[in-house]
Ligand binder design. Structure first.
Ligand SMILES: [Zn+2]
Ligand SMILES: [Zn+2]
Ligand SMILES: [Zn+2]
Length: 268
């Protein structure tokens, strides 16, 4: 299973509009953070996690042309505002509706944010996304078992366990039952907004504490604001199994697992 980070930035993106801080003006391509989303693919199919505002740009940049389903974490604009762009995948798939997996609460909000999506009748053609919502908590896409997880983000929000990868883009609290469902995953992708505390996102200290409890083989931080550059994050995390993710980074989950097992064997 391959996992591509389409975006790794917080809700306003990095660079922020009108900011001239060192991160926002950095020439390191890893300091350009689109809003968070991901692309998961196997030889049996592929799906998107969220449809962030820069979805189209990211799909073009990383040549994403095959999408069988969409999985949504929650209906905040930084995660769903390019939902309309999935029309292209309807066309590519010959007009077949895409299944959109999300909680009933998120589906309800999607109908209110994009009322034309569920409108009956009207014009023909793919002027609106063809979507079948599915509120299942456990499902399979591309041959991968996906499980929805409960997290707190100022309201009940969702993360996912996708095979042996955990994905939580937005939360400030992870309930014990969710930790138990993630414990020992190969890869954990977790939000970490900044060093300072925030009422609805994880600070660095809180993210580290949760990662200690989840104990993944490897972890990547996402949903980062402009407080630190990629290089500064790397320095803070030196000597740990945690890295800041960056837009476009693609990880091969099996390869990561094998290389970690290999280096463990060498140290034994
Ligand atoms: Zn967000
Ligand atoms: Zn800035
Ligand atoms: Zn959010």
């Amino acid at each position: 299973m391959k996992f591509r980070f389409l975006g790794t930035g917080t809700s306003v993106g990095v660079p922020q509009i009108g900011c001239s801080c060192r991160t926002c003006t950095s020439s390191d391509f890893r300091d350009r953070r689109r809003r968070c989303g991901a692309y998961v693919s196997t030889e049996n199919g592929a799906f998107l996690i969220d449809t962030p505002p820069e979805l189209r740009e990211a799909c073009i940049a990383y040549r994403v042309s095959k999408v069988d389903a969409v999985v949504l974490t929650h209906a905040h604009m930084d995660h769903v505002a390019a939902f309309d762009d999935v029309r292209r995948f309807n066309t590519i798939n010959g007009g077949v509706p895409l299944t959109c997996y999300c909680s009933a609460e998120t589906e309800d909000q999607m109908h209110r944010i994009f009322p034309y999506i569920s409108a009956k009748g009207g014009e023909n053609g793919l002027f609106r996304p063809q979507i079948l919502f599915d509120n299942s908590e456990v499902f399979e896409i591309a041959g991968v078992r996906v499980e929805r997880l409960k997290v707190e983000h100022g309201f009940p929000c969702c993360g996912y366990r996708i095979g042996d990868l955990g994905y939580i883009s937005d939360c400030h609290e992870i309930p014990d039952e969710t930790i138990a469902m993630l414990r020992g995953v190969d890869v954990m992708v977790l939000n970490c907004l900044r060093e300072r505390e925030h009422p609805t996102h994880l600070s660095f200290a809180r993210a580290r504490a949760y990662l200690d409890r989840i104990a993944p083989k490897k972890a990547y931080l996402i949903h980062m604001c402009h407080d630190f550059t990629h290089a500064e994050w790397l320095e803070k995390l030196a000597g740990t199994n945690v890295e800041p993710a960056y837009d476009g980074l693609e990880i091969d989950c099996h390869a990561i697992c094998n290389s970690i097992n290999e280096s463990r064997k060498q140290h034994e």
